[in-house]
Design a protein around this ligand. Structure first.
Ligand code: ARG
Length: 460
C-alpha cells in the first residue's frame, strides 16, 4: 500500500500504479532527495519538533540508503511512486517510528521541487564544464591555425576572405553566450522551496533559512504557492540547452559541408567518422549529422515543458511530474554533444591549401577594389558600379580580377594605378580589416586575447 493509503479502501490497479509512477525518471535525484531529507530532519530536531535521537537515526539511516544505492544494493520498487516515497518507505522499514516522523511539516510537493532545484544546479555545472572544454579547444585550434585564410560566405556564396581563426572564434562567442545562459539557469534554480509544504506552509516552527544554508541555496523562496508551482528555472535550463544545441547544429552543418569532396577544407579523424555497409570508399561525418539531428529533440524538450506549464492553476498539479524527463534528456543530450564536438574539433585535420585555393575564386577582392576607388574620391556607389563592370568582364573572359591588366582597369576608371595589385592580394585584403572585431590579423590577435581572458574568468 502507498504511504498515503489511509483514506482509501482499495489500491490502484497495477497499470495505473505504473502509469502514475515517476520513479524510473526521478531516481536520478536520489542524492538530492537524501540531502534534502537530512537537512529537513536536522532542522526539525533543532526546532524541537523531533528528538535528537530520531534525527540521528534518520541521518544514519539515510546515509546507509545512499551507500546501498551507490553499491547497487537498493531495490527500486515501482510500487513506490517516486524516489521520495521509495527512500522514505525503506527508511521507515529499517528504523521504525523515527523514519515515520521524517515527513513532519513537509509534503512531496516541496520535497520534489527541492530535489529538482538541487539537481538542476548539478546538471548546469556539468554542462558549463563541458562548454568550457569545447571553448578551450576552439581557442587552441584558432591559435594553431591563426593565419589560415578561407573564403568567408554570405548566402553560401564566396564573399570576402577571412581568417580561419576568426571563423572558429565566432563559434567561441556563441558558446560563451551559452555559458552565460546556463549560469543564469543555475542561478534561477538556486532558491530554497523547502518548508512550503503542500502549498500553504505549515503549523510547525520550521526554520527555512537553516535548510537554505545547509543545502547551499543562495536564498529562500518567498511565497509557498509559488515555491511548489514554479518550474521557470527548468524552462531556463531547457532554453539554454536548446540554444546551445542550435549553435552546435550550425557548427555541424559547416563540418559536414567542409568535409565534402566539393569543399575538402577539413578531414575528420577516423575516430569521428563512420563507413558504409555497402560502399567501401565511404567516410561519413555521422557524428556531426547526429548532433545536428539531436538538436530537434532538445528543442522538443523545451516546447514540451512550455506546453505542460501553460494554463496550470496554482499550486501543485500532477502535470508537473512531467517536468523532469525532458530536462534530464535535454541536459544529457547537450552534454554528450559538447563532448563529441570537442573531440571532433580537436582531432580534425585542417586543409589550409584547399581553403586558399577556394579563396582565390569568386572575386573575393571586389569590395577592396571598390574601396580603392572610393578612397581616391569616387563616391562608393559609383566605385561599386565600376567594379561590377570589371567583374562582368572577368566573367566573360573566364578569368579572375588579378588576371586583368592595368589597361583593363584603366579602361573602366583612370583612378586606377599600378598599386591596385595590393588590393588583389588575399593576405593584404585580410590584414587591412583592422576594425575592432574584424578579420584583420591584428584585430583577430586582439580578439584571441579577449577570448582567452573571458575563458579564464568563466573558468574561475
Ligand atoms: N512524483 C511527484 C512529482 O514528480 C512528486 C510530487 C507528488 N505530489 C503529489 N501531491 N502527488 O511531481
Amino acid at each position: 500500500m502507498a504511504l498515503w493509503s489511509g483514506r482509501f479502501e482499495t489500491g490502484v490497479s497495477e497499470f495505473t500504479q505504473e502509469f502514475g509512477a515517476s520513479l524510473m525518471v526521478d531516481k536520478a535525484m536520489y542524492k538530492q532527495d537524501i540531502a534534502g531529507s537530512k537537512a529537513h530532519a536536522t532542522m526539525l530536531a533543532r526546532q524541537g519538533v523531533i528528538s535528537e535521537a530520531d534525527r540521528d537515526a534518520i541521518v544514519s539511516g539515510l546515509d546507509q540508503i545512499q551507500a546501498d544505492i551507490e553499491a547497487g544494493n537498493f531495490e527500486f520498487d515501482i510500487n513506490n511512486e517516486d524516489i521520495h516515497m521509495s527512500i522514505e518507505k525503506v527508511l521507515t522499514e529499517r528504523i521504525g517510528d523515527a523514519g515515520a516522523r521524517l515527513h513532519t511539516g513537509r509534503s512531496r510537493n516541496d520535497q520534489v521541487i527541492t530535489d529538482t532545484r538541487l539537481y538542476a544546479k548539478e546538471l548546469a555545472d556539468e554542462l558549463m564544464a563541458a562548454n568550457l572544454k569545447l571553448r578551450r579547444t576552439l581557442v587552441r585550434v584558432a591559435e594553431e591555425n591563426f593565419d589560415t585564410i578561407l573564403p568567408g560566405y554570405t548566402h553560401l556564396q564566396h564573399a570576402q576572405p577571412v581568417l580561419l581563426s576568426h571563423h572558429f572564434l565566432a563559434y567561441f562567442w556563441q558558446l560563451t553566450r551559452d555559458f552565460k545562459r546556463l549560469s543564469a539557469a543555475k542561478d534561477a534554480a538556486d532558491l530554497n522551496p523547502l518548508g512550503s509544504a503542500a502549498l500553504a506552509g505549515t503549523t510547525y516552527p520550521l526554520d527555512r533559512s537553516f535548510t537554505t544554508e545547509m543545502l547551499g541555496f543562495a536564498g529562500t523562496i518567498t511565497n509557498s504557492l509559488d515555491a511548489v508551482s514554479d518550474r521557470d528555472f527548468l524552462l531556463d535550463l531547457d532554453y539554454a540547452c536548446a540554444v546551445s544545441m542550435i549553435h552546435l547544429s550550425r557548427l555541424c552543418e559547416e563540418i559536414i559541408l567542409w568535409s565534402t569532396s566539393e569543399f575538402g577544407f577539413i578531414t575528420l579523424s577516423d575516430a569521428f567518422s563512420t563507413g558504409s555497409s555497402i560502399m567501401p570508399q565511404k567516410k561519413n561525418p555521422d557524428f556531426a549529422e547526429l548532433i545536428r539531428g539531436k538538436s530537434g529533440r532538445v528543442v522538443g524538450d523545451l516546447v514540451a515543458l512550455l506546453v505542460t506549464c501553460k494554463s496550470l492553476p496554482l499550486a501543485y498539479n500532477k502535470d508537473l511530474q512531467e517536468d523532469k524527463e525532458g530536462v534530464i534528456d535535454a541536459c544529457k543530450t547537450l552534454y554528450d554533444c559538447l563532448v563529441c564536438m570537442e573531440g571532433m574539433i580537436a582531432t580534425c585535420a585542417i586543409n589550409a591549401d584547399a581553403m586558399m585555393e577556394q579563396a582565390k575564386k569568386g572575386y573575393l577582392a571586389a569590395t577592396d577594389v571598390a574601396d580603392y576607388l572610393a578612397k581616391k574620391g569616387l563616391p562608393f556607389r559609383k566605385a561599386h558600379e565600376v567594379v561590377g563592370h570589371l567583374v562582368l568582364l572577368c566573367d566573360k573572359r573566364g578569368c579572375d580580377l588579378d588576371d586583368l591588366t592595368l589597361e583593363d582597369f584603366k579602361a573602366e576608371s583612370d583612378l586606377f594605378e599600378s598599386d591596385i595589385t595590393q588590393c588583389l592580394d588575399l593576405k593584404s585584403i585580410v590584414a587591412a580589416r583592422t576594425t575592432f572585431g574584424g578579420t584583420g590579423n591584428e584585430a583577430v590577435a586582439e580578439q584571441l586575447e579577449l577570448a582567452k581572458k573571458t575563458l579564464a574568468s568563466d573558468e574561475a
